[in-house]
Design a protein around this ligand. Sequence first.
Ligand SMILES: Cc1cc2nc3c(=O)[nH]c(=O)nc-3n(C[C@H](O)[C@H](O)[C@H](O)COP(=O)(O)OP(=O)(O)OC[C@H]3O[C@@H](n4cnc5c(N)ncnc54)[C@H](O)[C@@H]3O)c2cc1C
Length: 465
Amino acid sequence: MGSDSGTNLDRLREELRGPVLAPGEPGYDEARSIYNAMIDRRPAAIARCADVADVRAVLAFAQDAGIELAVRGGGHSGPGLCLIDDGLTLDLSLMGGVRVDPGAGTAQVGGGAELGSIDHAAHTFGLGMPSGIMSTTGVGGLTLGGGHGHLTRKYGLTIDSLLSADVVLADGAFVTASQDDHPDLFWALRGGGGNFGVVTSFTFRLHEVEDVGVGLTVWPIDRIQEVLRWYREFLPSAPEDLNGFFAVLTVPPGPPFPEPIHGQKMCAVVWCYTGDLAEGRLEAVLAVANDPAPPAFHFAAPMPYPALQGMFDEQIPKGLHWYWRGAFFDAISDAAIDVHERYGGALPTELSTMHLYPVDGAAHRVGADDTAWAYRDAMWSGVVAGIDTDPAGADLIRQWCVDYSTDLHPHSMGGSYVNFLGSKEGPERVQSTYRGNYDRLASVKRTYDPENFFRANQNIPPAAG
Ligand SMILES: Cc1cc2nc3c(=O)[nH]c(=O)nc-3n(C[C@H](O)[C@H](O)[C@H](O)COP(=O)(O)OP(=O)(O)OC[C@H]3O[C@@H](n4cnc5c(N)ncnc54)[C@H](O)[C@@H]3O)c2cc1C
């Protein structure tokens, strides 16, 4: 920001209701720490916006100062897209309120909210929203990328429940995008990431969700061939009330797992059942888990939906070191199973994992060009995540992740869920994420952000004029 940056920031501070944090000031280091501890960047300032007026002031300030801007929702992006060295972070974390209208069955959600805030606010009315599998993930980044989780097969992607979004554009204009107003922008926001503006508020349709049946089945990793061959047939033909994401993992050293399997490499399915929870029903539905091979551990119980959403929060808290890569799959081929067997048996750390999230069911009932999310024909969205508590393991988890995802690539559909793209994967990977929707996205970008002001993201440059 140049030598007069102190004066500049003072001007910004005068305009904002929220605080502006600069290097060396109390709160700065906490504000620049994000979920993935592998990201260690030092922005010139972090502006915590309290309202839309603050957002507009920060955008105007960044434009005037010619400083690069990043937007922070929940700070969960793997490559740390919400922080740029020497840039300005527009931090939405103070704008995390949720207002549920139980009569209308909708929720208005601040652009900096965490998923758990929606789950909590909606649950008291017997309502819930399809989102991700961890309550600490930001609604902003997750929704703008698409959003999949335990309720995807039943209620679709998060974007399929989005009714409208309040957006501050690069030129400071404030618009509400919906099916009727700014429909092109609304289309692009549903999967196109943070390329088009700052979303200050989302309005979602909620769904009837109270208690859900939760299950976890784990099998020894040396049974992965039988388990995956069974899973690839069973899950797509199962009722949409049943979701089950597949994982390779190391069994954590504590309850509910019996001691003899602590620390063992396993494969697993995490179940979520939104059907009838009458006595014995969940157990009956999940009895199929015995089919491929005898489980090493099996658990099933009804629980409130927010409890399921928070189930992994303690196990993988903020502050771990992450490196991830994603891919879409329309099938799980025999050759892909061989790859999963090879790398699942060689997990580099106790927390490293691979997940296959189902994206079929209700998500398939939306057309490939109805929203920017271009993989309505994918059956699974996969992610390989190297995770470690120790920064010294960075090379190890990175190499395992790159090798695993490179070997899987020929058995994938080519692109990846935009929210599972890593850093510096290159423009071709962004294009392959959007397939036939890419050109329209670039053209919407030209209309709404012709100077590519919002480029701290998986960037879609404006189409040439
Ligand atoms: C532990 C973990 C679990 C996850 N599980 C799931 C899952 O189950 N399902 C799933 O779909 N994804 C999942 N993800 C991926 C997640 O969707 C992405 O990391 C997403 O980018 C997180 O959004 P955020 O707002 O927290 O991130 P941030 O780092 O704050 O932002 C990410 C990107 O979104 C932009 N952005 C964020 N908010 C706004 C806004 N309001 N307006 C404009 N731009 C904005 C930012 O500029 C940035 O480019 C998971 C991630 C982690 C780390």
